[in-house]
Design a protein around this ligand. Structure first.
Ligand SMILES: NC(=O)c1ccc[n+]([C@@H]2O[C@H](COP(=O)([O-])OP(=O)(O)OC[C@H]3O[C@@H](n4cnc5c(N)ncnc54)[C@H](O)[C@@H]3O)[C@@H](O)[C@H]2O)c1
Length: 320
């Protein structure tokens, strides 16, 4: 199978690319190497992939219709994994136009290129943020998701709606995957686990928002890739699945786990809750387990240890 992965140079995209290559597929990687975080992080993510002749990389923007047309004409694509996006909740408040341009208009360009070239299978990277401050836990796919609390969340909800339109009008098979905070080697440097590890390692204070009781369902990257693979094997009609661990970790517990893995104490800089941040995320994964065989395996401690090991190994290159 030939799979187009948008955002292939990013955290999740580089792992997914490795996985699909390891299963004998051809991966067409597309990424504009956006400067949301330093480009040399993305070049490191791509380094191993570029050794593989079945990895065809295009530095291109999903908003560039002409470029998409060229890529779809040249490559025989069977399935698209759409990960390219402006990610991150807090920066989306500062830059709503750019988030809508990439996450919504960019997704439309991609869907249109697919329609034109008769590629009708898509896995779309959605997010747990669509649940907003959902009062009911765990969050299930049948819960109402009409109250996003950040521009980023609203772009992901918009993406899901667009996907539904393309299934309805053009018979696309589309699965929207709601990822719950993903972590592991190569995690984006703006995300808490990466940021806290670095600051604890440097002996600097970490921003600690709220009273430590906010909680997240942290999902290890290998489990996300397992979910993507399960979804790819079962794609049919329009579906939505949560991909999480179905377990919540408080901010306090997260910091303690990172302290242990790094072997140094954290210095806390206590700050009020940030706008746009939800209080809790908690995935009900029963639907994904039952319908596509999703089977998450990783506990927080193992995942954090793997991340910290990667960070220690790469930090002199990443933070040169
Ligand atoms: N990491 C998480 O915890 C998490 C949680 C929920 C959803 N998601 C979603 O998963 C996807 C991947 O997230 P990630 O953490 O790997 O982020 P990432 O920033 O590491 O990867 C996204 C990639 O998309 C590329 N990109 C951005 N704009 C582009 C454009 N206009 N054209 C082409 N490429 C572009 C970036 O250069 C980057 O390499 C995103 O859609 C994100 O919203 C991630």
């Amino acid at each position: 199978m030939n799979i187009l992965i948008t955002g292939a140079a990013g955290f999740i995209g580089s792992h997914a690319s490795e996985y699909f290559l390891s299963k004998g597929n051809t991966v067409v990687g597309l990424d504009n190497l956006d400067d949301f975080y330093p480009i040399h992080f993305k070049e490191l993510n791509l380094a191993g992939l570029k050794q593989n002749p079945r990895f065809h990389f295009y530095q291109a923007d999903i908003r560039d219709e002409k470029r998409l047309d060229e890529i779809f004409s040249k490559e025989d694509i069977h399935l698209v994994l759409h990960l390219a996006a402006k990610a991150g909740v807090r920066p989306s408040i500062e830059n709503i136009t750019a988030y809508y341009d990439v996450n919504v208009n960019g997704s439309i360009s991609l869907l249109e290129a697919m329609r034109k070239h008769d590629v009708r299978k898509l896995l779309f990277a959605s997010s747990s943020s669509v649940y907003g401050n959902n009062p009911k836990v765990p969050f299930s796919e049948s819960d109402r998701v009409d109250d996003p609390i950040s521009p980023y969340a609203s772009t992901k909800k918009s993406g899901e709606l667009l996907c539904h339109v393309y299934t309805h009008l053009y018979g696309f098979d589309i699965t929207c995957l709601r990822f719950f905070t993903v972590f592991g080697p190569r995690q984006r440097p703006d995300l808490a686990i990466h940021k806290f590890t670095r600051l604890i390692d440097l002996g600097e204070s970490i921003p600690f928002f709220g009273d430590g009781n906010t909680a997240r369902d942290y999902t290890y990257i290998d489990d996300i890739v397992n979910g993507i693979s399960c979804a790819a094997n079962n794609i049919s009609g329009y579906k939505i699945f949560n991909l999480g661990e179905s377990r919540t970790i408080t901010l306090q517990h997260l910091v303690e786990t990172i302290e242990k893995a790094v072997g140094k104490p954290a210095i806390l800089s206590r700050l009020p809750m940030q706008q746009g941040d939800v209080n809790i995320t908690f995935a009900d994964t029963r639907k994904a387990r039952a319908e596509i065989g999703y089977n998450p395996q990783f506990d927080l401690e193992t995942g954090i240890n793997n991340f910290v090991q990667w960070y220690q190994d790469k930090k002199s290159f990443l933070y040169k």
